[in-house]
Ligand binder design. Structure first.
Ligand code: FES
Length: 568
């Protein structure tokens, strides 16, 4: 196969002319023949004025270019879609697959021997890894890194666990308009991703565990000089991979590496979104994530990272305690240390040089975990025939076995309109139910699973209730919240059959979620459901593609035709 600039020539029916034309045009940028004859390392640019999490991307790119050139290769930067969590309508998840398609096709379409993808804000790393796996070119992933922490009235603050906690206090009348505005200016004090164990941090840690990024790259704070030195080193590694033509993602992603990623996901108190993304990534390889096996791992793997929302610290504390290498060292035989990384080293080599930090308490030893079991449990039952997920590490222990009366909201809009109605028939023992918030129903499976506690209950001191839905939840959120109920209600899942006043039983120890209504009654309700029709929003464009091909949460919410095997 041709290398460098000769790769993937534009089709004019004359290869010689195609190369001649390509060189003629690129020389307009001032490149010499010497530069153009080098191996090429493509570098994605996801800088955007709409994406503060990626605010350091220009500096990272400069550092990567330096590393590539110091190694004798040629860096070429190209733009792709950038998605910022709070600037994506209707949701960032709706756009993840579009970014994955854009990134994959740009990697394929343009000549490069290796690629560096730089991302971080929630859905960007998953999209970029899905793309890299499908393109299967040697790839180095660089997370942009977490923000540094904020401070307010002597308290350490972080986006966005504390956004939710303090907003909850504001709703309960515990803090006033002036204070909530002050807090607003202190929650995100630098560029970078949310500095708690949200989806961005989760995916960065998983990426490191998969061997796709350099050791410590998940945790170095975004503004730190070390972040840019790591980017320079990543550029060097990418240049070496361009020459060696490997390792490719298909060589690094094995059953062992996917198992390692799941162990790390459980041990960090990771985001439930991480499970969906890892499933989507695996489905682009010949391997699979099995929900039962993931749940079994959760019974074996303790939560060792003391980070919000499951614990107390923030990403910079995790970093200064030794980062993912130290975590993997503590996990010991739960990690397969023979798994390979982009540098050609194994995780055994990585763990061998993990820093020992005396007195640190962000990474716990196995005999003193934050939680004895892993972050997440997978539930089944007549409400979730294909599964549901609960982040038990961030739930109220007393609600993990609970039976309560259903209070049903038909959609996110309905919930928004009625949840604070003083006349809403709801009490603290009820189970709040949200439907039509799944991959297809909302669309884009919004992070609406963290239903707010109805104001009248919040003001009475209620901090948590059992909440269930086919939606997702931000990794930064907390509470006794059952998510990703599959199949979703919009495609006829049993969540569509729940009525106000039905009893729902959650039993996390038994891994069950059930609607206590007899089967004959449920059949009657199913027969009365209106037939599905195409919603207006899905009649054209990307929305149409999304509506027609989006898979359910247990399959990673990828498009059906983007999986490795293509459309069935
Ligand atoms: Fe970008 Fe949280 S908003 S990572």
């Amino acid at each position: 196969m041709a290398d460098g600039l000769r790769k993937g020539l534009t089709s004019y029916g004359d290869a010689g002319f195609s190369l001649f034309l390509r060189k003629a045009f690129i020389k307009a940028m001032g490149y010499s023949d010497d530069a153009l004859n080098r191996p090429i390392v493509g570098i994605t640019n996801t800088y955007s004025d709409y994406n503060p999490c990626h605010g350091n991307v220009p500096q990272i790119i400069e550092a990567v270019k330096r590393g590539v050139m110091l190694t004798g290769a040629m860096p070429m930067v190209f733009p792709t879609i950038s998605i910022a969590e709070s600037f994506a309508f209707p949701t960032s998840m709706y756009l993840r697959n579009l970014m994955a398609m854009d990134t994959e096709e740009m990697i394929r379409a343009q000549p490069m021997d290796a690629v560096v993808v730089i991302g971080g804000c929630d859905k960007t790393l998953p999209a970029q890894i899905m793309a890299a796996v499908s393109a299967d070119l040697p790839t180095v992933v660089i997370p942009v890194g977490p923000m540094v922490v904020g401070h307010h009235k002597g308290e350490v603050l972080g986006a966005c666990t504390d956004c939710r906690r303090l907003w909850g206090k504001y709703r309960a009348g515990e803090i006033d308009d002036v204070e909530i505005e002050a807090v607003n200016g202190r929650l995100a004090p630098s560029v970078g991703t949310c500095m708690v164990m949200g989806t961005a941090s989760t995916m960065a840690c998983i990426t490191e565990a998969l061997g796709l990024s350099l050791p410590m790259s998940a945790t170095i704070p975004a503004p730190h000089a070390e972040r840019f030195r790591s980017a320079e080193a990543s550029g060097r590694v990418a240049a070496a991979m361009a020459v060696a033509k490997g390792p490719k993602p298909s060589e690094l992603l094995t059953p062992a590496s996917f198992r390692n990623a799941q162990v790390v996901l459980q041990a960090i108190g990771g985001s439930t979104n991480g499970l969906i993304h890892l499933t989507a990534i695996a489905n682009r390889t010949r391997h699979r994530i099995d929900l039962e096996a993931f749940d079994n791992l959760g019974r074996e793997v303790p939560v060792l990272i003391d980070l919000k929302p499951s614990g107390e610290h923030y990403m910079e504390h995790f970093h200064h305690a030794g980062g993912v290498p130290k975590l993997m060292a503590q996990l010991g035989d739960l990690i397969d240390l023979d798994a390979k990384t982009i540098t050609g080293q194994t995780l055994r080599d990585v763990v061998a040089v993990a820093e020992e930090v005396p007195g640190q308490d962000a990474i716990r030893p196995r005999d003193n975990p934050i939680k004895a079991e892993g972050a997440m449990a997978v539930l089944h039952g007549n409400l979730a025939p294909r599964g549901a997920v609960i982040k038990q590490s961030a739930a109220s222990p007393k609600l993990l076995q609970h039976t309560g009366r259903a209070v049903v909201f038909e959609s996110v809009e309905d919930m928004t309109l009625r949840v604070d109605d003083p006349d809403l028939d709801v009490n603290a023992d009820d189970v709040l139910v949200l439907r039509n918030a799944g991959p297809k129903g909302a669309p884009g499976m919004p992070e609406a699973g963290y239903l707010p506690i109805p104001k009248k209950l919040a003001r009475g001191g209620v901090k948590d209730m059992v909440r269930i839905s086919d939606a997702r939840m931000s990794g930064t959120a907390f509470g006794t919240i059952v998510l990703h109920i599959t199949p979703e209600s919009a495609v006829g899942g049993p969540l569509a059959l729940v009525k106000n006043g039905d009893m729902i039983r959650l039993d996390v120890a038994k891994r069950s979620i059930d609607l206590l209504v007899d089967a004959a009654e449920l059949e009657k309700r199913r027969a009365a459901l209106a037939p599905a029709t195409m919603p207006d929003w899905a009649k054209r464009g990307y929305a149409h593609l999304f509506n027609e091909t989006i898979l359910q949460a247990d399959e990673g919410c990828d498009f059906d035709f983007m999986r490795r095997q293509g459309k069935d």
